[in-house]
Design a protein around this ligand. Structure first.
Ligand code: ZN
Length: 156
């Protein structure tokens, strides 16, 4: 089993997929303004898998580094990536990457979370994480449970 998880770069049509992959803990760039050539260059330099809905990549890029996403449905798109890249559960680490910034989250002490999350959250949750870039605080609340259910459904 490889000791590093897959890294991705999504084209401009796959912003939602990029966010969902970050939610699962995958380092994922969202290349909204890049040409296909520039995107392919970054993918090559950073060893990222290109996720795309465009067919232009079939001519310009090594086939094994591109996954063509067929579905319009975000959940189905995620399933396509998981299947195409043979991603196992061991590599899914929810809430380890900021959904906005794509940077790893840092642990945040409960004391330090006070004032940064709603009081009811502070009284029921023990583990927090924060983004060192934007400061957003994450915790495993209801949203996390819902997401975990969704992931398990996709992996089955
Ligand atoms: Zn952030």
């Amino acid at each position: 089993m490889p000791d590093t998880a897959h890294r991705f770069i999504c084209d401009s049509m796959l912003g939602r997929l990029a966010k969902n992959l970050r939610m699962l803990g995958f380092d994922t760039l969202y290349a909204r303004l890049l040409s296909p050539q520039a995107l392919a260059q970054i993918a090559l330099e950073q060893q990222r898998i290109i996720l795309t809905r465009r067919t232009v990549f079939s001519k310009s890029t090594a086939a094994d580094s591109v996954v063509y996403i067929r579905s319009n449905d975000p959940k189905e798109q995620l399933r396509e990536v998981i299947t195409a890249c043979s991603i196992s559960r061991a590599f899914i680490r929810p809430f380890t990457i900021c959904l906005r910034c794509n940077v790893p989250l840092a642990d945040l002490a409960k004391k330090a979370a006070a004032g940064r999350v709603p009081d009811y959250v502070l009284s029921t949750v023990d583990h927090f994480a924060a983004c060192p870039s934007c400061g957003r605080v994450y915790w495993k609340g209801t949203h996390y449970a819902n997401m975990a259910d969704r992931i398990l459904a996709i992996m089955e």
